[in-house]
Design a protein around this ligand. Structure first.
Ligand code: PEP
Ligand code: MG
Length: 587
């Protein structure tokens, strides 16, 4: 049994076998097996060698027809190497003599051999080192399963263990089989984390070396409340966690019963609860959880899951589908927020920058790719006739940027009018306030838009200068930082004074302990990942406006994020004692 602490990003408990993927460039750790398991390891080795031989045969046949027999000869070389008696004998010996796993036997022998070849002067031998690397990956792939293909058509439930997952990989996971996620990399609000949460999959990121501690087939527990992975748990832990999973499920059912009750404080103040979505199909489950509309539709995911740029018709169809599924409830469509960790593999859009989070992302990318931007605006405007639609520009960092975006929107409206298209000429236009410069200039910006939505995920990273996806500095990334609280307070106040609506759509909105503080700071609209809605509603229905304002006043006088967080957790223990207990003391 071994415990490994990481960063909790999606609550819940999962208990099942691990599937390790993406082991490509990771060193294989030296792990020994009991003598009684040696013959099983030798069998695993034989099976992997056979499967690798079959792969190479298939590749050779394919290559012969595609590129001709001459170039396909490379695979003859691979086959000869794979069947080399001397090499295979070394693998077997490592297992029999040193009692190591089959993957470590292959890894260590191949690395030794590659080192010898790489040091030889002749190019021919150096080439062979590359061939060995290729064969090693193939055999190890069969032993520990590094292939993405394994993720489709899974036959049993698994917990996915990976170095990292891209947002598009996470979005396409088979939720019926993938019961949990554990990754080496990532931070609390990386988009991978957000997607896992949205899909209700318990997840822990920032585990640093979980791929070296776990092999495919090991039983592991994901404790998504404490951010802990338990590797090879004993019987007592299995029992404890099965009970915890049951308690959590029961609690969730109790919260879900509130789904159709109003979100009002005990003294009758209404709060609007909305959902954040990435795909149209998320609308019905969000509404079932009590969403009164969609406060943030991350449209870039349409691009992230496509091989080619979606055209106007495809975008229009997606937006219209969201509107139809909402049946009259409001929808805020955010224009493309591509770049940084959301990279689309589409010609002309992928950028290679030194500092992608400070680079040509989001609205900046749109303003530099006008056909792309205009196509999306046309699709949104066409969809606007079907429901209550608003447009929101992300990452606005100065007034000129906003004016430029609005000017382009006007151009598109003029063209569409000339072409006889129908659309809502008075469509509300707002911005995400997610850069400190925008928050500090909120009073000015409020004069030029219909609404603000505070994006704390980015606002935190830019205020405290901490990459939201970097596990090494995740302890510094905190919405409880007094500077962040101050900015939220200032933006909320600027909205009230400017007579415009201010909502908040960062992950903070869905974290129960922050909810009374946010309401106390003046926010009346919160948009969050759908699974968080029922519990947030429970919090709202348990507090009074007075209580929230008192909390906000108290927090405003605090000096460190620790102090703020401890205080908010203590307050939450009074409001939701049972939920805090099920989750353990860390939340
Ligand atoms: C944010 O930055 O807070 C936000 C909601 O947008 P995203 O997470 O997509 O960057
Ligand atoms: Mg953002």
């Amino acid at each position: 049994m071994q415990l490994k602490q990481g960063i909790k990003v999606s609550p819940g408990v999962a208990i099942c076998q691990a599937l390790v993927i993406d082991a490509e460039d990771q060193p294989i750790p030296k792990r020994t097996v009991a003598r009684s398991r040696q013959s099983a390891e030798l069998e695993r080795l034989d099976a992997a060698l056979k499967a690798s031989g079959q792969d190479i045969e298939d590749l050779r046949k394919h290559a012969t027809t595609k590129v001709g027999p001459e170039l396909a000869k490379i695979f003859d070389v691979h086959l000869v190497m794979l069947k080399d008696k001397h090499l295979v004998a070394q693998f077997r010996e490592a297992i029999s003599t040193d009692s190591v796993t089959a993957e470590y036997a292959v890894y260590s022998v191949m690395r030794r051999q590659q080192a010898v070849f790489s040091q030889m002067d002749k190019g021919f031998f150096r080439e062979r080192a590359n061939d060995l690397w290729d064969i090693e990956k193939r055999i190890i792939g069969h032993l520990i399963g590094d292939e993405r293909a394994h993720l489709t058509g899974l036959k049993q439930d698994v917990i996915l263990v990976a170095h990292d997952l891209t947002p598009s990989q996470t979005a396409s996971l088979d939720k019926s089989r993938i019961k949990g996620i554990a990754t080496n990399a990532g931070g609390q609000t990386s988009h991978t984390a957000i997607l896992a949460h949205a899909q209700g999959i318990p997840a822990i990121v920032g585990l640093e070396n979980i791929t070296s501690l776990v092999s495919s087939g090991d039983t592991i527990i994901i404790d998504g409340h404490k951010g802990m992975v338990i590797i090879s748990p004993d019987a007592a832990q299995l029992m404890e966690y099965r009970q915890q999973a049951e308690r959590f499920a029961l609690l969730e059912t109790q919260f879900d019963e509130l789904a159709h009750l109003p979100a009002v404080t005990r003294d009758g103040k209404a709060i609007t609860l909305l959902a954040n979505i990435e795909f149209p199909d998320e609308v019905p489950p969000a509404v079932a959880k009590g969403a009164m509309g969609i406060g943030l539709y991350r449209t870039e995911f349409l691009f992230l899951s496509a091989d080619e740029e979606p055209d106007e018709e495809q975008q229009y169809a997606a937006y219209k589908r969201v509107i139809d599924l909402l049946k009259g409830k409001p929808l805020t469509i955010r224009t493309l927020d591509l770049g940084a960790d959301k990279v689309a593999h589409i010609d002309g859009l992928a950028t290679n920058e030194r500092n992608p989070f400070l680079g040509c992302r989001s609205i900046r990318l749109c303003l530099q790719n006008l056909p792309l931007f205009k196509t999306q605006l046309r699709a949104i405007l066409r969809a606007s006739v079907h429901g209550q639609v608003r447009i929101m520009f992300p990452l606005i960092s100065n007034v000129m940027e906003l004016r430029q975006a609005r000017m382009i929107l006007n151009d598109v409206m003029e063209d569409m009018t000339d072409q006889g298209h129908e659309f809502n000429h008075h469509i509300p236009v707002g911005i995400m306030v997610e850069v400190p410069s925008a928050a500090l200039q909120a009073k000015t910006l409020a004069r030029e838009v219909d609404f603000f939505s505070i994006g704390t995920n980015d606002l935190i990273q830019y205020t405290v200068a901490v990459d939201r996806g970097n596990e090494r500095i995740a302890n510094l990334y905190s919405g409880a930082h007094p500077a962040v609280v101050q900015l939220i307070k200032d933006v909320a106040r600027a909205g009230v004074r400017g007579g415009i609506e201010v909502s908040l759509c960062g992950e903070m909105a869905g974290e129960p302990q922050f909810v009374p503080l946010l309401i106390g700071l003046g926010l009346k609209k919160l948009s969050m990942t759908p699974p968080a809605l029922p519990e947030v509603k429970k919090v709202i229905r348990s507090v009074t406006m007075d209580q929230c304002q008192k909390i906000a006043r108290k927090v405003s006088g605090m000096e460190s994020d620790r102090e703020v967080l401890n205080y908010l957790r203590d307050e939450m223990r009074k409001v939701l004692p049972e939920a805090m207990e099920v989750r353990g003391s860390t939340r």
